[in-house]
Design a protein around this ligand. Structure first.
Ligand code: TXA
Ligand code: MG
Length: 337
């Protein structure tokens, strides 16, 4: 299958935009899949109300059927149509964070096919911030099921080029809407239980959520033994190379710490944000931003680049143990697991 790429970002005239919208909507209406930009990461979208269309997502990604897919909506009314309950907590969180990187898990409506929810009774819904994605959902007039547009267990794509690397030849259309602004996947929060649970941390932090819901207890993680979100699986979001999260004093110290691995130095990539080493002895040293939002925006791009360059070992400088770094630390620990 040939994969077509359509640009929507830099179109001064809205002709390219209109063309991309029409083409994407046409593929989706026929039950096809399209890779689309969102503010978090690129998604692989299909009509969420059409079970065979959603199956095509799973096939293209080689995704296991037990992993449920997030449903993307264009407004709150559409979100309410996907669920059977819309509690005050959902109302408050939607008002505070939508459109944005927050997915609400609620009891699913009958219209949502089982394949979307992996047979479960709940559905994750999200109103994304990227204008093209919003316009596409409005044009289609149905919600879009969309997991990240990567092969299962690989790093999520934050550019159309990342999507192409993994899915070219497997899907008919990629919409290039520029680099993702947030850069890591949405916060997933379960609103169906007594306590509110963050199933997957993201850039909407637990503290920000707690501030909106002062009457509620917000906890991290799922019930013991119940796999509520495969985003919780230990190894997920992994690059091909081995990844170590570590601290070092200087280049010699770093070199000493990785000596046992016997990785040729030109196959080592270093991702630093405060302890920047000269880089004369390693394949590459990248300097990432010191501020968590900017760091999140660049992280996956750096990991994709390491893979593309054939890195064998990625040394990532440990990030601060502060709440605003929590989601980043989570992704790093999974990538290194
Ligand atoms: O930012 C994002 O969330 C991106 C963009 C495309 O929206 N999507 C994304 O989808 O990351 P995916 O499929 O790669 O990850 C969705 C996560 C998985 O960990 C899945 O298990 C969880 O959300 N999830 C989806 N529906 C759920 C449900 N009903 N209950 C619990 N977890 C759910
Ligand atoms: Mg994913």
């Amino acid at each position: 299958m040939e994969t077509e790429l359509l640009q929507v970002e830099s179109s001064e005239t809205s002709d390219a935009q209109a063309e991309a919208l029409a083409r994407a909507a046409a593929v989706l209406r026929k039950g096809g899949v399209v890779a689309v930009p969102t503010e978090t990461v690129y998604g692989l979208a299909a009509n969420a109300l059409d079970a065979p269309a959603v199956e095509a997502i799973f096939a293209a990604k080689q995704r296991p059927a037990e992993n449920p897919v997030i449903v993307h909506v264009a407004d709150e009314f559409m979100a309410r149509d996907c669920v059977t309950e819309w509690p005050a907590t959902a109302q408050a969180l939607a008002a505070a964070f939508w459109p944005g990187p927050l997915t609400l898990v609620l009891p699913k409506a009958d219209e949502i096919p089982e394949i979307v929810t992996a047979g479960g009774a709940t559905v994750g819904v999200r109103l994304p911030r990227h204008p093209f994605m919003q316009e596409l959902i409005r044009t289609c007039r149905f919600p879009l099921a969309a997991p990240s547009a990567n092969l299962s267990n690989h790093i999520s794509p934050t550019t159309a080029a990342h999507v192409q690397t993994q899915l070219a030849g497997r899907i008919p259309l990629v919409i290039d809407g520029g680099a993702a602004q947030v850069g890591i996947e949405s916060t997933v929060i379960d609103l169906t239980g007594e306590t509110i649970r963050i199933l997957r941390p993201g850039m909407v932090s637990a503290a920000a959520i707690a501030a909106v819901l002062p009457e509620h207890t917000v906890t991290a993680g799922h019930d013991e033994g119940v796999l509520k979100s495969p985003g919780q699986l230990k190894r997920h979001y992994a690059p091909n190379a081995r990844l170590l999260v570590m601290n070092w004093v200087d280049e010699a110290d770093l070199e000493q710490q990785i000596a046992y691995s016997r990785t040729p130095h030109d196959r080592v990539c270093v991702l630093a944000h405060t302890r920047v080493v000269p880089g004369t002895r390693f394949g590459r040293v990248s300097v990432l931003p010191k501020e968590p939002e900017a760091y999140a925006r660049t992280l996956y791009g750096e990991l994709h680049r390491c893979d593309a360059e054939g890195a064998e070992l990625i040394c990532v400088e440990a990030v601060p143990e502060k709440p605003e770094w929590n989601a980043i630390a989570d992704r790093l620990s999974r990538a290194g697991a």
